[in-house]
Design a protein. Structure first.
Length: 256
């Protein structure tokens, strides 16, 4: 018997840990997988990731989604080491992934793997009582791809300027949508002045008093800095007004 995927073995390893009272687990495996036919067996390198238990991304996502997006982030971070673009779609997925809780992994427009939560049947079959997320990636494809060359630049001698933006968004507005809208900054202020954009805090009010049900409050921090000069107040004002306009364009309501 030759294994066509590392996913079943990864599910077994997650179960072994959980059954021994290890409630939070992160695993990976790199090994050979097989395809083709009995007449012509083809060997490839496979990569599997496995995660269960407390997630690190709970500040950005709902608790039930955090583990899924943590695994998605791990895949993105891995593929970012190689020359090519990574994306995801809802293409055909194997039966071991729960319906609506998985995605295909695309690298350079080509499908190189899948990831998602184990289905209810898989959880029940292994007597698991908490969600488990598994990714199965074509490691051979990565071995055949050039590593991305790291780029460095000299640290600026000039002071950075931070600005915080507090907005309320509908739950329908994802971080991906916010991030995509703000990519336009590079066309407005230039890459030298825009240094970072990151969410500092996300708040959801269970009682719906401070923030209405179905919405969340986002505190966004932006850093501007130049390598050549000290930024002026007029520049900062113009850029912050543009940021506010972009966020309001997504339906966001600015908080005082």
């Amino acid at each position: 018997m030759l294994r066509p995927s590392l996913a079943p073995g990864m599910a077994t390893m997650l179960a072994l840990n959980l059954h021994r009272d290890v409630s939070s687990v992160r695993l990976f495996e790199l090994g050979t997988v097989f395809g083709g036919s009995t007449a012509e067996v083809k060997e490839r390198v496979g990569l599997a990731l496995g995660a269960t238990g407390a997630a690190t991304a709970t500040a950005l996502y709902k608790a039930e989604d955090a583990l899924f997006y943590e695994t998605k982030g791990a895949i993105e971070a891995l593929l970012a080491k190689f020359e090519g673009t990574v994306s995801f779609d809802a293409g055909e997925l194997p039966a071991w992934i729960a319906e609506g809780r998985g995605a295909r992994v695309l690298f350079g427009g080509e499908a190189v793997g899948v990831f998602g939560e184990l289905s209810a049947a898989e959880l029940q079959g292994r007597k698991l009582r908490q969600p488990c997320v598994i990714a199965a990636i074509d490691g051979q494809r990565l071995f055949e791809t050039a590593l991305r060359q790291p780029v460095s630049r000299e640290l600026s001698r000039f002071q950075a300027v931070e600005r915080d933006f507090s907005f309320v968004f509908s739950d329908a507005v994802t971080w991906a949508a916010i991030n995509a809208a703000l990519h336009g900054w590079k066309h407005v202020i230039g890459p030298e002045e825009l240094r970072s954009v990151r969410p500092v805090e996300i708040f959801r009010d269970a009682k719906g008093k401070a923030v209405a049900a179905g919405s969340y409050s986002l505190l966004l921090r932006v850093v501007f800095q130049s390598n050549e000069r000290t930024l002026t107040e007029d520049e900062i004002t113009r850029w912050t007004e543009w940021v506010v306009a972009q966020l309001k364009g997504l339906g966001g309501m600015q908080r005082a």
